[in-house]
Write a new protein. Sequence first.
Length: 248
Amino acid sequence: MPTTAIIVPCRLESTRFPRKLLHPIKGKPLLLWVAERIAAQASAFPLYFAVDHELLRAALGERGFNVIMTSPAHASGTDRLAEANRTVCADRVINVQADEPLVTGAQIQELARLIGGEAPMATLATPFRRAVDFYNPHQVKVVLGRDGRALYFSRSGLPFARETGGTVDDAWVAANPCYKHLGLYAYQADLLEKFASLPPGRYEQIEKLEQLRVLENGYDIMVGLTEDPTIGVDTPEDAQRFEQVLET
């Protein structure tokens, strides 16, 4: 019977927020908040952490989580996933990011459902509500086909509002198909193993979005929609936002 596992790639160093996975939030490292959240929200799936440093292994191992040491030389989290799955040997892999402490069971279940279909890769998106977020190049946009397949991912504001010269407000964003891509993925094992050997795409290199490599090489990515709130902790300010959520 095909198996589905969750693997969380974990890298110690981070450019914008040094060693953020070990950053203490209410006395506990961010990584443990994420690990405990996944374990509570998605207990039906085997859970593994693919780490690149002994400090991460120690933090997780002390709490009894399954840890796989991987090479620190990987260029991407996808490469780290592929190495870890050579040990796990799952038929399908759900990739939850190590800096997403508000991931929900519903989001993980949706990824599991999507990756059980024909498309070799799946991800999630959520509607934009504010124009300021829609314009933000750090918040990636995804354009979808009628069947839910990704047509394109971009840092630009897509779709472009031609009638207004590209100037939009919150009402326009909320009324149109403006979707923010969330960094949650699922892969069939064959594509995961093949990913690193795929030729880097032209658009991937321009946008600096590695999921474009999959589209440019002719593979489908299914996209599920979620309304569940998320916080990706990329900066110390994001960590403060998460701490505020814990206090509410």
